[in-house]
Design a protein around this ligand. Sequence first.
Ligand code: SF4
Ligand code: SF4
Length: 464
Amino acid sequence: MATEINYSISQPHPDNLGVWRKIGLALVAVGLAILAFSFGSGWTDISGWYLGICLGSILTGTTMYAYGLYMWQTPGIKNDSVWMNDISNRSTWAWMIGIILTTFYILLYWFPSSIGLGTEEAGNRGFVALFDPLSLFLKGKVASQWFAYGVLYSLAIISLGFKFLLKYRHSRYHIWRTTVLMICQLFLAFLIPEILEGMNQEQAYFAKDLKFFWPLNYYFFEDWHLNAMAEGGSMGMFFLVWGIALFLIVTPILTYFLGKRWYCSWVCGCGGLAETAGDPFRHLSDKRLSAWKLERWLIHGVLVYIFVVTAVVLYGYFTNQSQIFGIDIYTWFRKPYGFLIGAAFSGVIGVGFYPLLGSRVWCRFGCPLAAYMGIFQRFKSRFRITTNGGQCISCGNCSTYCEQGIDVRWYAQRGQNIVRSSCVGCGVCSSVCPRGVLKLENGPEQDRINEKPILIGRDDVRLL
Ligand code: SF4
Ligand code: SF4
């Protein structure tokens, strides 16, 4: 019998994952299995080994997987098949992950007892109890749901940060920026506040991320927070002055010199998660003009909203009133903002919808701090992305991978500088451009906005 010869030039077999990726996936599965099991378990007094194995296997597994995926390829752009991958093309897996993340956030914010948060007498159980040993070690008390969340949040940024580092290892900008993001999350957002809280158990403000300030930190000017800082001696004063200085002095100055990227892409925890865990979903951002219009109304609306809420809260604080014009301040101002913006928008939609709407929904449509910095970036900053229009081949990579939905190619084709309030300076548009057209720069303000771009057409070069 003649041997059948397959003349097909297409590869009939799926790609071999290779040993690194297989072991990596197995380790991640072990860690996720422990987490999943903890939700349904009645664990109370659980050994720290479980958490150690869980975190260790996820961290090691993700790094091994990324190593197997990227290190055998030459450095450079690596976004192959994003629209053919079930997780990143809004397909079944994306919906499942979106639903799981959203459900987790709903339980975390509004039903913490269902994930194991206990009372002082009964203690924690299940998922929250899994984190008790680490919490006891760091601050001498059992975990809250926020402690558990902080550990997982930091784990996501660090483990997927390693993946991002390997993927974008051809770019010094990404290596530095991602390293700083990982360090900021681990130390400023997690370890230092947790240890400070352990040393000052009664002072709630110690438990907060050191780089989290108003208007992102919407409770900064609430009475309990102001009182705690006022009664907190020199450390309390330090936190008060630090929080106000970050908003009034540090942010305008740094945004003037560097653009809002200094915070959104180098320091912020929300940006850190978007850049690392959210990287596979960045192409899902909506590029339509209607999305841009919505973005401008929504994000500036939230900025106005937090100004109004804070003004009312401060009025209540200084006049010692719980009402303004007969309206209860807590019920009608503080509580709705915390529910709608602080929890539903930033958490449930902002992260839960990564696989469906992209990784920067919160940063683009809702973050009041991004809106505040965006005003400086648009009107008073040295930051811009310059374009060498003559080199552009209109491939559209830059627009596709802009997580803020900016149509970068439109500017590149015209040779026009990109000066947009929403740009977070992630630098990915520049890294994925095969022609080196785009460059993130800080320079003189003069001629930064060149609305008379040079068009290089078929027949001539024209100044519009
Ligand atoms: S324009 Fe470029 S640097 Fe700015 S957000 Fe988009 S991809 Fe990032
Ligand atoms: S990625 Fe580069 S070459 Fe492609 S459209 Fe954008 S600027 Fe032009």
